[in-house]
Design a protein around this ligand. Sequence first.
Ligand code: HEC
Ligand code: HEC
Length: 454
Amino acid sequence: MQRASVAAVLFASGILSGCVADVDGTPGLDDISKGGAAPKPPPPPPKDGGPNSLITSGPIKPDNPFFLSLGTNGRSCATCHVGVEGWSMTPADLQARFDATNGTDPVFRTNDGSVSPTADVSTLAAMRTAYAMLLNRGDIRVGIGIPPGAEFSLDAVDDPYGHASASDLSLFRRPLPSTNLAFLSAVMWDGREASLGSQAIDATLGHAKATDTVQSQMDSIVAFESSIFTASGSVVGAGGTENLGATGGPRNLASTPFYIGINDPIGMNPMNTPFDPKAMTMFSAWATNPGNGHPGWSRAAIARGETVFNTHQIAITGVKGLNDKLGVTTIQGTCTTCHDTPNVGDHSVAMALDIGLTDASQRTPDMPLYTLKNKTTGATIQTTDPGKALISGKWADIGKFKGPILRGVGLRAPYFHNGSAATLDAVLDFYEERFGLGLTVQERTDLLAFLQAI
Ligand code: HEC
Ligand code: HEC
């Protein structure tokens, strides 16, 4: 507490923020604001991460480098990882930021905020078009080329924005939450970062366009983000997620055990503990005692939804990374076959899967479509994002992404790596179409209530 207030005073007096520019040799906000087209500084961070986040390292220190502009374009980590938006960012907030700043908020930068790095941003109207994927879906343009020695080549590109090439595919992706990181089995949608440390460096060099990074600042960022836990603390209708014996909310989440392979269903658990499909147990107390009146009805629905998540049978077919790996055409599974980490919901091993989101059939006109050709067989695949294949170079990895952590999911729409599902309802539409879930109206409503409550 004592240290925090000293730091806050230094920060407020400008001493600390001035140091930042001096230490790493790159301009801080002050230097930028001297220029003509001065980008506005990032909005001040909230005093805490909001009621749904617990920060075990203590009150947020606004001088933590997570909240500072460490590069040359005014951005900080918090530009795209907003506490009250589940440490991701939502289109509603981005539209409000665009309107409030006439598109000068630091998130609106052409290096990766626009649909192409050469998009026209000369007028306000042009900017709305250039930043459409950000404004509509909250997507950042991640540019990755086909790696040397890949088993495939780029046969054709259909990029509505006229930029993508074999050395720089445009991949429109959602910011993964910079919270609950204690439970990660892979970093980034395609698992391309070896650690949170390398991720922080690359994010500072890439998103914030720094020319260099300072290791002590990177360490502070990783220590801070690793101490954040986010989950719904309360739900409209049902009230607090810790009431009447339930174990929802960030406090319980912070003490949830995890190790790589925990509750794995296919023999990858190092403890050899048998897989338990009942991976979610936060709301089981409400199944027997939901309480009275309207809150009681809402709690009972959430508890039923948890049971649907744990037990509703899904015939899993054609999932690359799962069915082919096991050599099983149909796996009788549940949501928890893939979202297996107990009370967290990510995949507890680094095992990227292709559930069909990038197939040509799912492509919308605002997304590029790539035709990849197998160098050995000559076969072709059309995909909107090759995913892990751009890291491994392997044909078999095309369209594979990690199963993300589901806690706090209600705070951070839209969903999937490309934001293609605007709501949780749309997520279930996808699963219904893809796997023929066969949920009754009641089961679907309950499952949605559960997802909103985690
Ligand atoms: C311009 C927006 C933007 C900025 C600024 C930004 N990020 Fe991100 N962040 C993203 C996107 C987009 C992804 C997912 C990209 C992918 O997987 O290909 C991501 C992913 C992450 C992840 C991976 C989480 C997981 O589940 O694997 C972490 C951790 C993270 N960011 C932390 C940071 C830190 C720390 C900073 C500041 C140094 C930062 N980000 C700055 C957009 C941003
Ligand atoms: C075959 C494995 C598998 C099954 C079964 C499965 N999921 Fe997923 N889920 C994934 C993967 C992989 C992703 C990430 C896909 C992507 O974005 O590319 C995902 C993403 C999600 C997301 C989006 C999270 C976000 O932050 O964008 C939600 C919500 C979700 N799943 C809920 C469910 C529910 C509910 C069920 C059961 C009806 C279910 N999943 C069944 C593998 C699976």
